[in-house]
Design a protein around this ligand. Structure first.
Ligand SMILES: [Zn+2]
Ligand SMILES: [Zn+2]
Ligand SMILES: [Zn+2]
Length: 144
């Protein structure tokens, strides 16, 4: 499985938010007001990872406006796992179920915001065993 660097995504996300003045481009809510800001990709580029997009195709939205953009029902199919990262300690959080995770899988969808999830949620979303197979081999390697 392809390795990605979570910090590249975090850095890109912060850059987009900064370019938009640290606020949602639709309703103007800022972090200071307690808004959770996310990056929306205006188009889906299949060959590009979410942090490789040109800035003009990205915009900052608060969680509420972002949900309005995509609808409320998360798609069950069509998810693709594009990489994983080992944070070295459980400092991440699965964006689907909220558990602490050390091994982060990055999943994306043409019509839904990308998510960083744990092994089990990755298997669920992609309807494959890619993530658990990957973790099996990591655990085997660590057990040696
Ligand atoms: Zn907003
Ligand atoms: Zn979006
Ligand atoms: Zn999860």
């Amino acid at each position: 499985m392809r390795r990605y660097h979570r910090k590249d995504w975090l850095k890109f996300r912060e850059e987009v938010i900064e370019l938009d003045g640290g606020a949602c481009v639709r309703c103007g809510s800022s972090r200071r007001q307690g808004a959770i800001l996310q990056v929306h990709h205006k188009e889906y580029l299949s060959g590009k990872l979410p942090w490789e997009y040109p800035y003009e195709l990205c915009e900052t939205l608060c969680r509420g406006c972002h949900a309005g953009e995509h609808g409320i029902v998360q798609p069950f199919t069509g998810w693709e796992c594009v990489g994983y990262d080992d944070l070295g300690e459980p400092s991440g959080e699965c964006e689907l179920c909220g558990t602490s995770i050390r091994h982060v899988f990055f999943v994306r969808h043409a019509k839904w915001p990308s998510l960083e999830v744990g092994e089990i949620c990755c298997d669920h979303l992609t309807d494959t065993t890619l993530a658990s197979n990957h973790m099996d081999s990591v655990r085997r390697f660590e057990a040696r």
